[in-house]
Design a protein around this ligand. Structure first.
Ligand code: C2E
Ligand code: CA
Ligand code: CA
Ligand code: CA
Length: 279
């Protein structure tokens, strides 16, 4: 297409403007949503594979705009990242997560762990530790019940900074997980360099384990590697019984996916956990 001459540029230009325009429109609406309570956190269960018990949840952002309806994180998170809005938004998620953990303590769900996604910006910004300390003052919870998820790509942007920050976070007692494990370009060497607790095997590897022997081998080997480094493993995107028993046979510690439960509003999640506990 590049060779077809200058005319093409004029053809693509309005489309690019439309994309930029949509970007700005969504960004403006996100600022409004942040002020007006348009965001919500949904919770997806994480299940212990041996027992089937729900041991925690991942907090996932949801955005409902009065005119546009529900907008997917895959659409709004990149725009929030680019514009810097992810900082106040991510902060809101952290505060919400801490408040939920505190609520659970009063509702007899005290041992449940809650995992929160951190963007590279939040992670690299330097304000994270102080903010977490402040939130702990507000909500005196057991910090080991809060797990922070960072992607390999975010972790590897500035490995020295990551290393120092992870160590400080760990000293506070927070749990740390590498999200989307296996999708980054990074080497495995960082696993022993970084003070982390768990890896989350990306859904991309789990999806086809029934039919793709390579994916099955990768997942099996990854679990073995993690365990030999003293890390625990959560497998993401588990949708079928086959995947569940495969992962259990390979000794993945935990799993998360539609098979066990979809992300759901926080108030439903409490009932969901109680129902699981008493079948
Ligand atoms: P992620 O952190 O990898 O989250 C897992 C995604 O997989 C979620 O998509 C979840 O709904 C989906 N999922 C879970 N189980 C299954 C399954 O069995 N099958 C399939 N097909 N999908 C499953 P969601 O909620 O749309 O979030 C997409 C991404 O947006 C997240 O990927 C994460 O990168 C980002 N995100 C969501 N909430 C936050 C947040 O609070 N902060 C930041 N920085 N990013 C967030
Ligand atoms: Ca995640
Ligand atoms: Ca993930
Ligand atoms: Ca992902």
């Amino acid at each position: 297409a590049k060779r077809e001459g200058r005319g093409n540029f004029q053809f693509f230009s309005p489309a690019m403007n439309a994309a930029t325009h949509e970007h700005l429109m969504l960004e403006n609406r996100m600022w409004a949503a942040l002020e007006q309570g348009g965001f919500e956190v949904h919770l997806q269960a994480q299940v212990e594979l041996d027992t089937g018990r729900v041991i925690g949840a991942e907090a996932l952002l949801r955005w409902h705009d009065p005119e546009l309806g529900d907008i997917e994180p895959s659409r709004f998170i990149p725009i929030a990242e680019e514009s810097g809005l992810i900082l106040p938004l991510g902060d809101w998620v952290l505060a919400r997560a801490m408040a939920l953990l505190a609520e659970w303590q009063h509702e007899g769900l005290g041992g449940l762990r809650l995992a929160v996604n951190l963007s590279a910006r939040q992670f690299g910004g330097g304000a994270l530790l102080a903010r977490l300390d402040q939130l702990l003052d507000q909500h005196p919870i057991d910090p080991s019940l809060l797990e922070l998820e960072i992607t390999e790509t975010a972790a590897m942007r500035d490995p020295e900074n990551t290393r120092a920050l992870l160590r400080q976070l760990r000293a506070r007692g927070f749990k740390l997980a590498i999200d989307d494990f296996g999708t980054g370009y990074s080497s495995l060497a960082y696993l022993k360099l970084f003070a982390i607790d768990r890896i989350k095997i990306d859904r991309g590897f789990v999806k086809d384990i029934e039919h793709d022997p390579n994916d099955a081998a990768i997942v099996g080997a990854t679990i073995g590697l993690a365990h030999s480094l003293g890390l625990s493993v959560v497998a993401e995107g588990v949708e079928t019984q086959y995947q569940r028993s495969f992962l259990r046979d390979k000794h993945s510690d935990e799993a998360q996916g539609y098979l066990f439960g979809r992300p759901m509003p926080a108030r439903e999640f409490g009932d969901f956990v109680r129902a699981q506990a008493q079948p």
